[in-house]
Design a binder for this molecule. Structure first.
Ligand code: PLP
Length: 464
């Protein structure tokens, strides 16, 4: 499998090259040249596999330059630390299926991709005798999952930017209490979009990127998306075996468009599911895009689902490229326009194509709280606020009786305050969070300035 950039000036990369490049050197995002289509019979065979074996079958299509035994070992190691034997169990509550993606070490779905990526990075640095400095931005959950994926690993350092004061206390402590010397946290005075644009700017500084072997853990990294395709197949197989129905509908809480884009890829690979439901909070740029052909940024609103408080969805460009019929020149032009005007419009014909892939609903904060409360009253099950966004949108938009699978992207204990406000008690705390308040925190607060962040990185790396 070869990879190319959505902006057309990078191509012919192997999987390893694509993983190490992160953001394409022409400013675009990397995609496989073609998307493999899985025969129906194989889908049914795959429904019998364990999570790790399924992951191996799917990832070997994309990572065909890694020796099979190595890939298998990387996958096994990635998921060994999950606290559920099924890795991503599907539970039925009421008439919904909930795909629990929070059984990893940091209790959010980001672990599914970042535990794999951490092991992959270690393999690549060992194999190439190289070093690597990871730079990433987080709206809360990516940071801890990425740190957890590489803490203490040789020849790898990690710098994570989070928006100061805009992540939940548990999310912050999951990053800042990690004692390993290769971990650096920066709290930026700004929003997640500010953090993301600083990271993007530093990756576009090709001299800096090369000199310090910068690597990306954000969902601009293709390996993350590839790993996330797996649980769509897994959940579909479980629900098919339970109900005999093939036509499931997925509802996906969305911020950066990474998770739901992985779902779209699963669908293009032949998974026979309905258009995906893009669930957004009050930061609803993607809902406006799907429902009105209006992709224009507004002010970021702080909500009780902070991991989705995003206006500029970094993976959107990948979809744009597909929507434009893989026209890289047009994609490049559109992204240049968007950078200047912060808005893109779409024709009626394009909106018709979008409606074949997605539907979307934006969920207000009172609706999130009511959903957590009602679902708990009805079923005894506690939803985290992000999952509640997905459930609310799923219930609103399901328009037939196909099984509805809602992706549960975080454990409720990560967002105890919002859950408490809805149900009147704190969610039970899993072992992963025991004693976290008692550990010392380490982080640097900085103004939103990419050059200042660059200077800090240089200083820290030179003093190692
Ligand atoms: C990151 C995150 C999301 C959004 O995922 P995207 O891939 O950015 O769309 C949703 N919920 C939680 C809990 C998250 O951490």
């Amino acid at each position: 499998m070869r990879y190319l950039s959505t902006r057309g000036r990078v191509g012919g990369l192997s999987f390893e090259d694509a993983v190490l490049m992160g953001l394409a050197d022409d400013g675009g995002l990397l995609l496989p040249e073609s998307i493999p289509v899985i025969p129906e019979k194989t889908l049914h065979d795959w429904a019998q596999l364990s999570y790790s074996d399924l992951a191996f079958n799917i990832l070997s299509l994309y990572a065909d330059d890694i020796p099979p035994e190595t890939l298998h070992a990387l996958i096994t190691r990635a998921y060994a630390g999950f606290d559920h034997p099924e890795i991503t169990p599907v539970v039925q509550r009421d008439d919904l299926y909930i795909l629990e993606l929070f059984h990893g070490p940091t209790l959010a779905f980001k672990d599914l991709a970042l535990q794999f990526l951490g092991n992959l990075f270690e393999y690549l640095t060992e194999k190439n005798g190289s070093r690597m400095n990871i730079l990433g931005a987080t709206s809360g959950d990516t940071g801890s999952a990425a740190i957890c994926g590489v803490r203490g690993r040789k020849n790898i350092n990690i710098f994570i930017l989070h928006p100061n004061g805009r992540v939940s206390p548990v999310q912050r402590m999951q990053m800042t209490t990690v004692p390993d010397a290769n971990v650096f946290n920066v709290a930026v005075e700004g929003t997640f979009d500010t953090c993301q644009s600083i990271v993007k700017e530093l990756f576009e500084d090709l001299e800096f990127k090369e000199r310090f072997s910068l690597a990306s853990i954000n969902s601009i990294n293709w390996a993350r998306l590839a790993a996330q395709i797996v649980y769509y197949f897994y959940a579909w197989g479980r629900v098919w075996k339970a109900t005999g129905r093939e036509d499931a509908t997925f509802a996906v809480p969305t911020g950066n468009f990474g998770d739901v884009f992985a779902g779209l890829l699963a669908r293009r690979m032949g998974l026979p599911v309905r258009p995906l439901i893009i669930a957004t909070n009050e930061n609803n740029i993607l809902t406006r895009f799907v429902c009105a052909g209006d992709y224009s940024t507004g002010q970021v609103v702080e909500t009780i689902a902070p991991s989705m408080d995003i206006q500029v969805a970094s993976n959107f460009e990948r979809y744009l490229y597909l929507l434009y019929g893989q026209d890289a020149q047009r994609t490049r032009g559109a992204m240049e326009t968007f950078k200047k005007t912060h808005a893109l419009g779409f024709s009626a014909e394009e909106q018709r194509l979008v409606a074949k892939d997605f539907s979307s609903h934006s969920v207000s904060q009172p609706e999130i709280t009511a959903t957590i409360r009602d679902f708990h009253q009805k079923t005894g099950y506690l939803l985290d606020p992000h999952t509640a966004v997905g459930v609310a949108a799923g219930l609103k938009l399901r328009n037939d009786d196909s099984p509805l699978i809602c992706l549960s992207t975080a454990h409720p204990a990560k967002f105890a305050k919002a859950v408490h406000n809805a149900v009147g008690f704190d969610p039970p705390r899993p072992a992963q969070l025991a004693g976290i308040e008692d550990r010392p925190e380490r982080y640097t607060v900085m103004r939103a300035d990419s050059q200042a962040v660059k200077a800090l990185m240089v200083e820290k790396l030179q003093s190692l």
